[in-house]
Ligand binder design. Structure first.
Ligand SMILES: [Zn+2]
Length: 87
């Protein structure tokens, strides 16, 4: 038996339907959401998955395909691009 999985909250509990009814599966938790490097806002279009799943995912699915995609939010990237053009 694995008491760590069943008693602690390190693993998340997922209810799974089986032929006999419902059972609980214990899965590892997902990492925190990606944040903007400028303002700290949560980034859209960046999946919240465990590293092995991110490795097998195509690069285009991991971040928005624009300059500073997956690093800065839209507001911060717009400001940065405007600042670069003006200097
Ligand atoms: Zn930002």
């Amino acid at each position: 038996m694995l008491p760590n999985k069943t008693k602690s909250r390190t693993y998340r509990r997922v209810k799974v339907k089986i032929s006999k009814g419902v059972t609980t599966h214990y899965k590892k938790r997902k990492p925190a959401k990606a944040k903007c490097a400028g303002c700290g806002k949560q980034l859209a279009g960046v999946p919240r998955e465990r590293p092995i799943k991110m490795q097998n995912m195509p690069k285009t699915a991991k971040r928005p395909e624009r300059p500073y995609g997956g690093f800065l939010c839209t507001v911060c990237s717009r400001k940065k691009i405007v600042a670069e053009v003006r200097k």
